[in-house]
Design a protein around this ligand. Structure first.
Ligand code: KIV
Length: 295
């Protein structure tokens, strides 16, 4: 069957059929192309890009312009996957009208299919306003990195009965407000499983166990491209950072030792043209080793 562009309806139908939804983050054209070719259902342009691509200490400093810039590149690399852009910190918390306008920019300017925002019931009115503007919204509860400071760090959420109930209430409030999907981050697997069962909309887990309707991982974590730390919930499918470092060191050594470029990397010039030019101009004042060899 010919592959079709994934829609929110298709993702919701996957939940109904009990088929896991696959999602990964991507931040640029090549990673989006790879994710799309690999058959992922959805690609999230997460504000995690602040840490794994831009080298910030947290996601708090990420701006709207940075998000849109990366979303546009991901859009160009994606044909099929459902695309979600992360609303960055303070682009939706202060003012509802501003939240709608900023959410709209992800669709109008960057070609995203949906936006994601962090927070529970306190964000329900904002989710409702964005959804009422015709924009699909993905919620995000549990560990919410934009407010990690307030949560006391990157910690598991919902470990006590009271906290688990609060998460379930948040999830219900977001669903009632019109959220189309919900990310559950660093939540005990039993809690995430129960929330997933109680909701009609799909849940996507990250560090939330197998009971969610789908899974998402940060691309740089799963490919081994981010060496500052690896959360316990990550499975690494490759170790690309050491490979990159090795390849770059080899290139550096080859250029230094004159082993690169080799003859096959150079463009030849016709002998007669060369002779005509050198006769006229005289020899090159300081021929490079490669030119000397050819002469
Ligand atoms: O920014 C991000 O990558 C995310 C995922 C961790 C879900 O929000």
């Amino acid at each position: 069957m010919a592959r079709k562009k994934v829609t929110i309806l298709a993702l919701q139908e996957k939940k109904a059929r009990g088929e896991p939804i696959t999602m990964v983050t991507a931040y640029d054209y090549p990673s989006a192309l790879a994710a799309d070719r690999a058959g992922l259902d959805a690609v999230l342009v997460g504000d995690s890009l602040g840490m794994v691509v831009l080298g910030y200490d947290s996601t708090v400093g990420v701006t709207m312009e940075e998000m849109l810039h990366h979303c546009k590149a991901v859009r160009r690399g994606t044909q099929f996957a459902y695309l979600i852009g992360d609303l960055p910190f303070l682009s939706y918390q202060a003012d509802r009208a501003e939240a709608v306008r900023n959410a709209g920019r992800f669709l109008k300017e960057a070609g995203m299919d949906a936006v994601k925002l962090e927070g529970g019931r306190e964000m329900a009115d904002t989710v409702q306003a964005i959804a009422a503007a015709g924009i699909s919204v993905v919620g995000h509860i549990g560990l919410t990195p934009q407010s990690a400071g307030k949560l006391g760090g990157y910690r598991v959420q919902g470990r006590t009965a009271a906290d688990a109930q609060r998460l379930l209430d948040d999830a219900r409030a977001l669903e009632a407000a019109g959220a189309a999907m919900l990310v559950l981050e660093m939540v005990p697997d039993r809690v995430a499983g129960r929330i997933s069962q109680q909701l009609r909309i799909p849940t996507i887990g990250i560090g939330a166990g197998r009971g969610c309707d789908g899974q998402v991982l940060v691309l740089h974590d799963l490919l081994g491209m981010f060496d500052r730390f690896t959360p316990r919930f990550v499975r690494r499918y490759a170790e690309l950072f050491p490979q990159m470092e090795r390849a770059l060191a080899e290139y550096c050594a080859d250029v230094t030792a004159g082993r690169f470029p080799a003859a096959e990397h150079a463009f030849p010039m016709d002998d007669a043209e060369w002779a005509a030019w050198v006769d006229e101009e005289g020899p090159h004042p300081s021929p490079s080793p490669a030119l000397r060899e050819r002469e």
